[in-house]
Write a protein that binds this ligand. Structure first.
Ligand SMILES: Nc1ncnc2c1ncn2[C@@H]1O[C@H](COP(=O)(O)OP(=O)(O)OP(=O)(O)O)[C@@H](O)[C@H]1O
Length: 387
């Protein structure tokens, strides 16, 4: 696969700020790929987009587009010569121009008939034919967003950058526009980077997602990998709900309140690790012999969120289909639905539990000392990785 965008060792600090907005950033986006840049507010996502577009110049490092260096210590290609389209968070439409005129704005030098044809194509592509002569204030939020996208696509950019493209839309329209945008980008085979702080949005639309925390990219991978196998605790906690359940390593087995699993270490492992459990990774079943107790339940429509006390001391949060109805105080059996769970030490992922030949049935830890060790492990405060 050919890289369309490559950032290597990029640093950017704004004057007057102590901390860099972006630090030692490496990122490769391949041609035709949709990459979501996900991170909390202020982590440097917009700055990264602006560095790619050429609205900011890096303090160090290089930016390359389709193999050509566009920003380095001794070279800087201005935004208008980068072949990059950008859709801004507030769409930045011209209020005094119609839809067609807004779209025409980005087209540059074309003959009159070529321009008319291109506008027609873009209106059709974005489903705006019927409103081509309206002004932005006469459009819905979704239509305004489509105008912004059509205008950015006008000059046939090889790369499209979108900054929080759905943030001004209500929930239903958001879902619809996600599907539309994904279809449009696929149809055009365009490389896109989409900035968002909404994990579900990132997972729904992207081929891969990059998780950015405090100016640095922590992990780039498919949404599934990032969600189930985050590289460190900070990513695990930022992307979705996470409970860490202690497990004792005993040879090739990891023993925990969720059962006994075969274990594949990826690095030298301590005696105790913690397994990352997502809300849907376990099922509950009322059972007087169960080792866990339901502490609370919260009905949320399609699912009910339970908090369950495990013997090791951890309170496990889990979502169950809402037809599962177990009152607080009930003893339950906690069954792990996944054979492969990521295992962590205090900082990072160090291995996974393994499906082949593994015994993932609920397993009671019989030795009280084991409970004690697991509880101590669970109570020690987790730290995010030092840098
Ligand atoms: N023009 C600027 N001058 C000074 N500081 C800036 C400027 N733009 C951004 N910053 C700072 O740089 C850091 C990163 O900002 P950036 O806008 O890239 O983050 P973000 O992840 O896009 O945030 P959000 O999700 O809130 O838009 C923040 O601390 C921000 O305050």
């Amino acid at each position: 696969m050919q890289p369309a965008i490559q950032l290597s060792g990029v640093w950017k600090r704004y004057p007057g700020n102590e901390e860099p907005a972006v630090r030692d950033l490496d990122l490769t986006v391949y041609r035709g790929e949709i990459l979501a840049l996900l991170g909390p507010s202020g982590c440097g996502k917009t700055t990264t987009l602006r560095l790619i577009a050429g609205f900011e110049r890096p303090d160090a490092g290089t930016v390359a587009l389709n193999g050509e260096v566009v920003a380095s210590e001794d070279r800087f290609v201005p935004p208008e010569r980068r072949g990059v389209g950008m859709v801004f968070q507030d769409y930045a439409l011209f209020p005094h121009l119609t839809v067609a005129e807004n779209i025409a704005f980005g087209l540059g030098r074309l003959t009159r008939s070529a321009r008319r044809e291109r506008i027609r194509d873009l209106l059709r592509l974005t489903g705006l034919e019927d409103v081509h002569d309206r002004y932005p204030h006469q459009l819905s939020g979704g239509q305004q967003q489509r105008v912004a996208i059509a205008r950015a696509l006008g000059p046939n950019p090889q790369v499209l950058l979108l900054d929080e493209p759905f943030s001004n839309l209500d929930t239903e329209l958001r879902l619809q526009m996600r599907v539309e945008l994904r279809r449009l980008l696929e149809q055009l085979g365009i490389t896109a980077v989409l900035v968002t702080h909404d994990q579900q949005e990132a997972m729904a639309i992207a081929d891969r997602m990059a998780v950015m925390l405090a100016g640095h990219i922590e992990q780039v991978d498919t949404p599934e990998k990032v969600y189930h196998y985050p590289v460190n605790r900070a990513v695990a906690q930022f992307v979705g709900q996470a409970t860490f359940v202690p497990a004792r390593l005993n040879g090739v087995l990891a023993e925990s309140d969720l059962g006994r699993f075969a274990f594949e270490p990826r690095a030298s492992s301590p005696d105790l690790v913690e397994l990352l459990v997502r809300p849907r990774d376990v099922s509950l079943e009322a059972d007087p012999q169960g080792i866990a107790v339901v502490l609370s339940r919260q009905f949320q429509g399609p699912e009910t969120v339970y908090l369950v006390q495990l013997p090791c001391g951890v309170q496990l949060q889990t979502s169950q289909p809402s037809y599962v109805d177990i009152p607080p105080g009930t003893r339950v059996r906690v069954r792990c639905n996944r054979a492969r769970l990521a295992a962590f030490d205090r900082h990072a992922q160090i291995g996974v539990t393994a499906p082949p030949g593994s015994d993932s049935r609920p397993h009671r830890v019989e030795n009280p000392e084991d409970h004690h060790a697991l509880r101590k492990h669970a109570e020690a405060p987790a730290r995010t990785p030092n840098r």
